[in-house]
Write a protein that binds this ligand. Structure first.
Ligand SMILES: [Zn+2]
Length: 425
């Protein structure tokens, strides 16, 4: 697929894999073992030698955290134990912060950071936060004078066991779980490599990254899927180096896998080119959906909020698709203004503007795998297919393929052709 936008920003979202002694598993169809550079991955390593990931549990700053779901927790502030733990019970039910002062039970103190951990030595030890349990530790980081954010520092594999069960249905096939374990691990690793220096966390726990429910969400199936793909990560050979790429996934592709360019200026690598015919996601209720009409005035207002180029149009006259993928999915559109000028946007921005703008009509615009038609005062989105962006793995497709007898390695090779599966730790 010729596409000029693919040639830009080659390194923006594309991490160099710098692992020492990687084991190339070559189960995705590669012919020769992958040779990898002998440099270290810049990862945070925990007490047990496993990589640690930092997951944001609070979408915005909070004033208090309920820790009562934990056992034997202690509170450490700037390296000092402020509240010692006792086996079995949680001496601190609530931590608050107000006027720059922390309150843990009856103990008040000032600190740049608070860590909550358990003194329990059991294998399944955990801490509690707002009625859920989480493995690893909680880091409470001040945000404003009266608030803080809560970040779960957790072993990478434990994190994944709390993701898969939130991203897939409980009754789905183990090979669907194992396929997603490899993609989800790679997705998280890519974020870790990019965000480490710039933020207090690597990922959040929502659909904006990957949904994560901690230890409370783990199931025997999610655990088994993670344990049977230990450290397996996707890489691609690009410019002579083995690199981790961002393997996005979504609910239902609607029949064709989209190129990553529908979302971003992705590097021109084989695993993200899309174009595969996905025959296995027809069981999704969103495989096909009814036309959606949105008033031009509403669409203009919502797009203008985030796009100055649209705001300057003074109103929306019509929308023209300027570029499509081979199977017809719009990639770029021109928003034509009432003043005759145009603003070019990725088609995906229309859906995002409607979702984040709280549009009632827009809630039924399940994807931009559709035709965009001028219908007088409305823009109509018709021939709708699939749910989500449709790039990379299609979750309903994983299940359909697993039920048809495909193994995880075959499924991964279908959705990310040309990718290697390597063991990174
Ligand atoms: Zn599909």
């Amino acid at each position: 697929m010729a596409n000029k936008t693919q040639a830009t920003n080659l390194t923006g979202r594309f991490a160099l894999l710098l692992a020492a002694g990687l084991t190339a598993l070559c189960i995705g169809g590669c012919k020769k073992p992958t040779v990898t550079p002998r440099t270290k991955l810049p990862l945070l390593i925990g007490d047990d030698g496993a990589p640690i990931i930092r997951v944001l549990l609070t979408p915005r700053a909070v004033g208090a955290a309920d820790l009562s779901a934990g056992e034997g927790v202690r509170v450490i502030a700037d390296g000092k134990i402020r509240v010692p733990g006792r086996p079995g019970t949680s001496p601190v039910a609530l931590i608050r912060r107000s006027g720059g002062l922390w309150m843990a039970g009856n103990t008040a103190f000032r600190a740049a950071r608070v860590i909550v951990e358990t003194i329990d030595n059991r294998d399944d030890r955990y801490v509690g936060f707002n009625a859920k349990s989480y493995r690893g530790r909680l880091h409470l980081v001040p945000n404003g004078p009266n608030g803080f954010i809560v970040v779960n520092y957790v072993n990478f594999e434990d994190y994944l066991a709390g993701v898969l069960s939130k991203e897939l249905f409980p009754g789905w096939h183990i090979e669907a779980y194992r396929s997603l374990a490899v993609a989800a691990r790679t997705f998280a690793l890519h974020h870790m490599l990019h965000n480490r220096r710039s933020r207090e966390y690597d990922l959040d726990n929502t659909v904006a990254s990957q949904v994560y429910g901690g230890r409370s969400a783990e199931t025997a199936k999610s655990r088994h899927a993670v344990d049977s793909t230990p450290g397996w990560t996707l890489t691609v050979n690009y410019k002579g180096k083995n690199r981790v790429f961002m393997p996005q996934y979504s609910s239902c592709c609607g029949g064709w896998v989209n190129a990553a360019v529908v979302l971003r200026d992705a590097p021109p690598i084989e695993p993200l080119r899309g174009g595969q015919k996905c025959l296995h996601c027809t069981s999704s209720k969103r495989y096909r959906w009814a036309p959606v009409r949105v008033l031009k005035t509403e669409l203009y207002a919502l797009l203008a909020r985030n796009h100055a180029s649209v705001k300057s149009l003074g109103g929306l006259s019509t929308i023209r698709v300027t570029q499509r993928l081979a199977h017809g999915r719009p990639v770029w559109v021109d928003i034509v203004g009432v003043n005759g000028k145009t603003a070019r946007l990725r088609a995906e921005k229309i859906r995002l503007a409607l979702i984040f703008g709280g549009s009632v009509a827009g809630k039924k615009l399940y994807s931009m795998n559709c035709q965009i038609v001028d219908a007088g005062p409305y823009i109509e989105f018709r021939d709708g297919r699939g749910f989500g962006h449709g790039v990379g793995m299609c979750q309903y497709g994983l299940q359909g393929k697993a039920l048809a007898g495909w193994k995880a390695s075959q499924i991964i090779n279908f959705y990310y052709p040309g990718a290697n599966i390597v063991r990174i730790y």
